[in-house]
Design a protein. Structure first.
Length: 266
């Protein structure tokens, strides 16, 4: 099975302008496909921007199968590339901080609702999801989804490892002064759970926040296969099934677990 070339779009888009962000996503998908990528991953809340006015969030939220989802399905089909995008999701009267994976044929493959909300803004704006492991199959890989703060909980990522996730997609809005998460924690998560982790951040100032960039693709051997800087850019990395298999054979963490000792964790 050949490697899955993955494009990480480090961008904040334009705050409050869904139409412009869809346009930018279309352009990015074209560039990613031309660069040989089979998957494009965007940042948390890419569709609308993150630092929305609290009272405006419900108005920007859309159903998982809403107008923007159909537009992104068209983008994916047109460029022949899978797309993972972050957005505010409305389900009845409830609003979630969500991320959805669209396949290269435009099919909706998976929709994930952030389970661990960070800070007062998120807790006031969103309802936490209650499904920790959401997966889909893409190019022979089992792909899982988390959002930002979720990856900082080791139990969360271990649940994905035990469920067979090969590539964990983590759109994020990781801000100053927590850049150590991108620099140090994410590669450790990839190593200790024997998976690839694509961590894709926003960048620059937005409202009261300062996003630090530093998006990366971390591999199961603990190496960072690609790393963005602090500005807007797209970087590429390879998710190699052969390296994944070899690394899992060499590293015995999952085989050597003793779950009977961990009852106190739950």
């Amino acid at each position: 099975m050949p490697p899955l070339r993955t494009a990480l779009l480090q961008s904040s888009g334009r705050l409050g302008d869904t139409a412009e962000n869809l346009k930018r996503l279309d352009e990015a998908a074209s560039r990613a496909a031309q660069g040989g990528a089979g998957l494009l991953v965007t940042s948390e809340m890419f569709l609308t921007g993150y630092a929305l006015d609290l009272q405006e969030v419900p108005g920007y939220a859309e159903p998982a199968d809403g107008e923007s989802a159909h537009a992104i399905a068209g983008i994916a089909r047109r460029h022949g590339i899978a797309v993972l995008y972050g957005y505010p999701e409305r389900d009845g009267d409830t609003v979630y901080n969500s991320a959805q994976l669209i396949g290269p044929d435009g099919a909706r493959l998976a929709n994930y609702r952030k389970t661990h909300l960070f800070g007062g803004f998120e807790r006031d704006a969103f309802t936490p999801g209650d499904t920790p492991v959401v997966q889909a199959d893409l190019n022979g890989l089992r792909v899982g989804i988390m959002i930002c703060y979720d990856v900082e909980f080791p139990e969360n990522v271990r649940a994905h490892a035990l469920a067979g996730t090969d590539l964990l997609l983590v759109p994020t809005a990781q801000m100053h002064p927590f850049q150590f998460v991108a620099e140090q924690l994410v590669p450790v998560r990839a190593f200790e759970n024997q998976m690839y982790v694509a961590y894709v951040n926003r960048t620059g100032p937005e409202g009261e926040f300062e996003f630090v960039g530093l998006s990366c693709l971390a591999a199961p051997d603990g190496a960072t296969r690609t790393r963005a800087g602090r500005g807007e850019e797209m970087v590429f990395g390879e998710v190699d099934p052969e390296l994944l298999e070899a690394s899992r054979e060499t590293n015995p963490y999952l085989r050597d677990r003793r779950p009977g000792l961990y009852a106190s964790l739950v």
